[in-house]
Design a binder for this molecule. Structure first.
Ligand code: CA
Length: 215
């Protein structure tokens, strides 16, 4: 898992982000202004920084200028298109527009960490190893046959591990928002994944909601 610094002056947002990232296993630190961010980054190597643009003291762009080289996702206000464009042209890895859903945050964080090679490109649980680049699943070293949708579903569970996901959310994540199938599809695929991968004890049914991968 990665070490992530959260630079956000709104304390409830900072705390919420930290709790969600810690839930999936990341190690997080929080700071609440630009100067504190620069100082802590000079003393410590982070794999990723979540950097709010509107900060007291130094703003997010000024902080970014001083910390070049550390993978960064900017947190920008919804109204400010120029901030989003500016962040990317400065070389940020991605941006998130506030308010954002935590699942979107986790997906972006995961994508940037994989791209910057800080995040393992595989994930291991019990006898199962998932290789994200080749989209292969191994059981004790042997390749397991799985369909693209089974892989997408498993990936959604892994990225959001320890978080209860509704059937609708899993449909959106694995099949896409324009898919019109019903949520029974998710149940069928979950059953197959549990059986194929021996993850009956890991893929937990969440009563009246959906599923959670317990790690
Ligand atoms: Ca702010």
């Amino acid at each position: 898992m990665a070490e992530i610094l959260i630079v956000e002056d709104e304390i409830p947002i900072n705390t919420l982000i930290r709790k969600n990232l810690e839930l999936v296993g990341h190690k997080c630190s929080s700071v609440y202004d630009g100067q504190a961010a620069v100082e802590i980054i000079e003393q410590h190597d982070y794999d990723l920084i979540l950097l709010d643009v509107m900060l007291p003291g130094l703003d997010g762009f000024e902080v970014f200028e001083k910390i070049r080289g550390v993978p960064t996702i900017f947190l920008t206000a919804k109204s400010s298109l120029s901030d989003r464009v500016k962040g990317l042209t400065m070389g940020a890895d991605d941006y998130l527009t506030k308010p954002f859903e935590m699942l979107e945050l986790l997906a972006r964080v995961d994508a940037v960490l994989r791209r910057t090679k800080k995040e393992a490109k595989f994930f291991a649980i019990d006898n199962v190893t998932i290789h994200f680049d080749s989209r292969q699943i191994f059981w004790d070293g042997a390749v397991i046959d799985c369909t693209p949708k089974e892989f997408d579903l498993l990936e959604a569970l892994v990225v959001n591990r320890n978080i209860a996901l509704s059937r609708e959310k899993l449909l959106n994540l694995a099949w896409g928002y324009d898919y019109e199938g019903d949520s029974r599809t998710v149940d069928v695929h979950i059953q197959k994944l549990r059986k194929k991968l021996g993850l009956e004890e890991r893929i937990i049914t969440v009563y009246k909601l959906g599923y959670r991968l317990e790690v």
